[in-house]
Design a protein around this ligand. Structure first.
Ligand code: PEP
Ligand code: MN
Length: 349
């Protein structure tokens, strides 16, 4: 249930409602908006927590009590009354009218490759640096990432360029090491339904970039986000990265309709990954322009100083020397949707 407090409700009245919900064994999530406070009362379905029976309607400060109609509650746009979540990563806003350009190599391969890419994307105005130290590879014989050494190189790239880091957590056993370095923890498509991992990221409170599973519906993606939110971590961005369909002419089908529909269903920022959807460099720019124009809150894209030599995902990586031009084009498309880049001003205009 959702308890909408009156605009005039006092802190004590909000607290009294929270206490009543918690005494019934349900979770109370406070969402404090500019005008009013909404409290989500969420009980475990199986445990039959009776929030309705608490008689909250007449309680001082309560305006109305409404059911939450979707299976996901905290992720639902109903919960925020249309207000959108804007994340702030090291002072850079993601969501609202801020567009995030997240760029970097698929995987951290070496010091030179990582620092070179970081400088290029920083100079072109990127918001965050991406790079995998732990890689979920389809083949167990493929390069699995540099691990701890990769994390160390990402930390060095951050200290040199000032760019916050997005890196993937694949295995729960590496969580402490990843949290040492990651400003945003990426949950890969293959781990979207790894529920203990999601809950652990929820408990960590660290911002998360949650990728849509290869064959997951939007409802399943939002339920996965709910696992993170439920643990008290509101810092979640959703990522459309292409899904499996009957089409075989390209690697995945980039579901751009997911962008406006997710933004209708949820208040969370929506990011698009054109690189993994396409698997081909030549499709990355047009898909990025379309994603920005359709209202995405950001793009996560792969860049490499020498894609022909890349250990992982070279064919889809943008060439570093093309990146500044790419970034300018994406910025113009984002402007069509009323958004501006959430990074530094580009130095290479
Ligand atoms: C990645 O971002 O490098 C990656 C492996 O993505 P996905 O989980 O979407 O396949
Ligand atoms: Mn990749």
């Amino acid at each position: 249930m959702m308890i909408v407090m009156k605009e005039t409700a006092t802190d004590e009245e909000v607290e009294a409602v929270v206490e009543k919900i918690e005494s019934a064994g349900a979770l109370a999530h406070r969402i404090v908006g500019a005008r009013l406070t909404v409290i989500g009362a969420i009980g475990d379905v199986e445990q039959d927590v009776n929030v309705e029976g608490l008689g909250l309607e007449g309680q001082p400060g309560v305006d109305r009590v409404m059911p939450i109609l979707k299976p996901y509650k905290l992720a639902s746009s109903q919960m925020t009354h249309g207000a959108r979540t804007v994340l702030e990563i090291d002072g850079r806003k993601i969501g609202g009218d801020s567009f995030a350009l997240i760029a970097g190599p698929c995987t951290v391969e070496s010091r030179e490759q990582t620092l070179q890419t970081a400088r290029v994307v920083r100079d072109a105005g990127a918001t965050l640096l991406r790079g995998g130290a732990y890689k979920p590879r389809t083949s167990p014989y493929a390069f699995q990432g540099l691990g701890q050494e990769g994390l160390r190189l990402l930390a060095e790239a951050k200290s040199e360029t000032g760019l916050p880091i997005v890196t993937e957590l694949v295995d729960m056993r590496d969580i402490d090491a990843v949290l040492e370095v990651a400003d945003v923890v990426q949950i890969g498509a293959r781990n979207m339904q790894n529920y203990p991992l999601l809950a652990e990221i929820g408990r960590s409170g660290r911002p998360a970039l949650l990728k849509r599973g290869l064959s997951s519906t939007l409802d399943e993606l939002l339920m996965a986000a709910e696992y993170i939110l439920k643990e008290g971590n509101p810092n979640v961005m959703l990522c459309e990265r292409g899904i499996r369909t009957f089409e075989t002419a390209y690697r995945f089908t980039l579901d751009l309709m997911a962008v406006p529909v997710l933004k209708e269903l949820s208040h969370l920022p929506v990011i698009v990954d054109p690189s993994h959807a396409a698997g081909r460099r030549d499709l990355v720019l047009p898909l990025s322009l379309a994603a920005a124009a359709v209202g995405a809150d950001g793009i996560i894209v792969e860049v490499h100083p020498n894609p022909d030599e890349a250990i992982c995902d070279g064919p889809q990586a943008l060439r570093a020397e093309e990146f500044a031009r790419y970034a300018r084009a994406v910025q113009s498309a984002a402007a069509l949707a009323g958004k501006a880049l959430a990074g530094r001003e580009p130095t290479l205009v």
